[in-house]
Write a protein that binds this ligand. Sequence first.
Ligand code: B12
Length: 216
Amino acid sequence: MNELFARLSAAVIEGSKDRCEELTRQLLAEGAGAKEVLDRGLVPGMDVVGVRFRDNIIFVPEVLISARAMKASLAILEPILAAANVKETGVVVIGTVKGDIHDIGKNIVSMMLRGAGFKVVDLGVDVRVEKFIDVIRREGAHILGMSALLTTTMGYMRTVIDRLKEEGIAARTMVGGAPVSAAFATAVGADAYAKNASEAVEKAKALLGIRATERS
Ligand code: B12
């Protein structure tokens, strides 16, 4: 099975949507868990894409093709990750902040939260503070999750958190994305930071006072 995971990573790197779908289905058929497919196949592939992009070996079009391939696999995994069949524990509004269109990581966090029993209202990308606030109020959300992948957009998280406080909105805030750190989260006044989707689930439960063992 190790070889299949490696081939799935390679398919993400090469941006082969068909092969991503085929290998994802094959891995599931051979007994791999959806989370394993994510952690051992898809994410390591996208990590390599990130390094090549940073080093100017590949450019935006290639990254988009890889992202499209990864999303095709995620579409297969989503119903499995979401089918945990647990009672809804809380409402999370989530989005990528204004100016930022990266959504792969946010989508994974949304899927894992749904799988853990949260109702997730995903506002997509390039989300402004007004939109976050409207939907938090409408949904009576317990938690706001914000994603940012750019150093130029992560500062917007502070704008949103400050506005929530000004408006007296009690939703707790959780932030993440590659450039975001625990120290940054503290500096902008967020209630929690998570470095990946599994940790996001733990932190969301902790914010609502749910012990990890109660839900899994
Ligand atoms: C894919 C990608 C793109 C795709 C996005 C496609 C899509 N639909 O998302 C495209 C091609 C569109 C793109 C565009 C750009 N990109 Co880009 N992109 C990436 C890349 C390679 C991978 C990101 C990714 O999907 N990673 C995989 C996922 C699974 O990981 P993740 O996002 O980190 O998410 C995990 C955690 O962070 C966490 N998490 C994420 N969100 C949240 C939210 C919460 C609430 C929590 C708790 C946790 C959490 O959990 C996730 C799952 O484990 C990164 C490289 C990198 N190392 O991050 C560059 C990167 C982010 N991009 C970069 C840049 C510069 C750009 C562009 C400006 C390029 C350009 N010149 O146009 C544009 C910006 C467009 C915009 N306005 O947003 C830079 C940012 C540099 C910086 N310091 O700001 C990076 C770091 C590449 C680099 N090394 O230079 N990009």
